[in-house]
Design a protein around this ligand. Structure first.
Ligand SMILES: [Zn+2]
Length: 87
């Protein structure tokens, strides 16, 4: 695979970067991601690991108190491991 890739969508240069065990190529302009099939499998595995201990089932419910006027702020968390690629 060549080091320098060009975005198929906007023709901007794509930079490669390590994410965990895989290398992804991200467009510097439109943030498009390119990855190989094997790399996607790695990311799916990482996604599963990411959720293993953070699922809503194991997360304690917020305590409801009589003087509560608004829902407690949601804990800051990304919705998926894949989303962390775009930060
Ligand atoms: Zn692009």
């Amino acid at each position: 695979m060549p080091e320098e890739m060009t975005c198929p969508q906007c023709q901007s240069p794509m930079s490669s970067r390590r994410v965990g065990d895989v290398t992804v190529h991200q467009c510097s302009s439109c943030q498009g991601l390119f990855l190989e099939r094997a790399e996607l499998a790695h990311l799916v595995e990482a996604e599963t690991d990411y959720h293993r201990d953070t699922g809503p089932v194991t997360r304690p419910m917020p305590r409801i108190t009589p003087d509560m006027v608004a829902p407690p702020p949601a804990p800051p968390s990304t919705r998926s491991y894949i989303e962390t690629l775009f930060h």
